[in-house]
Design a protein around this ligand. Sequence first.
Ligand code: SF4
Length: 460
Amino acid sequence: MKKGELGMKHIIAMTFPKQNLNLGLEPSILTVVPNDTDDVKVHYALDQNNIEYDDKDVLYYMCSVYITGMDEFFKWASTHDKNKIITGGYEPTINPQEFVDYSYKVITGPCDSFNETIAQEGTIVKGITNNWRIPRYDLYDVHLNQQIIPDKEKDDVVTSINTSQGCPFNCDFCCSPLMCDHIMSKPSSLVQEEIDYLKQTGAKYIFIRDENFPLQKDWKEKLDIINQLGAKIYLFASSNLCTEQNVKYMKEHGVYMVCLGLEDISVKYGKNKELDRTCELLHKYGIDVYLSFIVNPLKVNTDEKANDFYARLLERFTELKPEMVCGNFLMPFRGTKIWDDYKDYVDREDFKSYDSKSAFLEKDPYRRLKDEYDMFYYQWLYYNSKFYQDNIRKFNVNDTLHLRFEELKDEFDEKIKKYNEAHPEKPLIVNGLSDNDEKEVKDVKVKKLTRNAIRNKSEE
Ligand code: SF4
């Protein structure tokens, strides 16, 4: 036990892998942990370090496990008392059987009522959500949050809120519906309580973490409440829900950026039929557009295919004019519709690389590094292009978006240097990133790639 806490029992909450403090927000496990009582105190152990507490004084270890943290979790769990370990999160929800030997209870799906949930019989239990209380923000230092977003400076405080869980859509690559395949909405009164609590954080930005915020019937009422925080709001929405009336309402109620899924540009998505119109509307009302896109390494596995793909992607960027873009490599999750098509490309070691920035579906190390570099490079090219400076915003402004790309540039310089030292027979030669050369290369290249893409299109 911790000194001075005689007779007190402890619940230690942890995440596997450890939280990424460069990119992260409040961890979801704060929603699951219960309130303290006279004799049970809850702690969030940021670094999975529970040595401050004697095992005998610990009532439960609550472990939220994501696929990249599985090995870390199994290693940790094998040295702790199974009867005190409660697991939950994405992996235990999707593959609960794998956790049974390491857990007293395996919680599947969302949960905000811990005691009621673990009181259920059996080892695998469904999470119970009662919406009785707000997450335990008090266990976490909001200053640890970082988000990479336009205009946010390093010391600006950012917080987040969930007003609903789950998604009823069924995009074939997405694991969100596996966690919860329908919308579970929080009552507005609870959202109000949460926002009242968050006022003390001094947050300048707030991220609404719902998978598709305007899908809830009462989203306008909730936005109105969230706007009381006086922070800049950004949220996920599907393009089909961004009607002019809705976009106008968002603008009038504090929304400064909407995140839309461009996804894989070589695939047609019903939800994106109106994407061009949506981006236009958002810009008309002065709302920034954040577009996330997916790259499937198996579709860019030659230089020719990669050049063609990125030329088309850059062309889409110049059409949709997003203030921010974010690339993710395709990550086939067990349980999703695409899993069967990709399972032969994924081995257990790859689970550690499910961070969306690793092209682990590509097995050739040369091409994998090239893929990872390309994803960074074409975003860098877009942000630094004359097109972006003239038509969208200035990139070089020392906000977290700009600083993150500077960091990535240095990381890739280092990675490529190391790779080339180890493979002198076939070094990876990439487009340079030095300031002077780049000013030329960027604009010429964007135009050339875009022209090629248009020409290829018209020849089809
Ligand atoms: S990609 Fe978005 S809309 Fe599609 S299933 Fe996932 S959360 Fe839902």
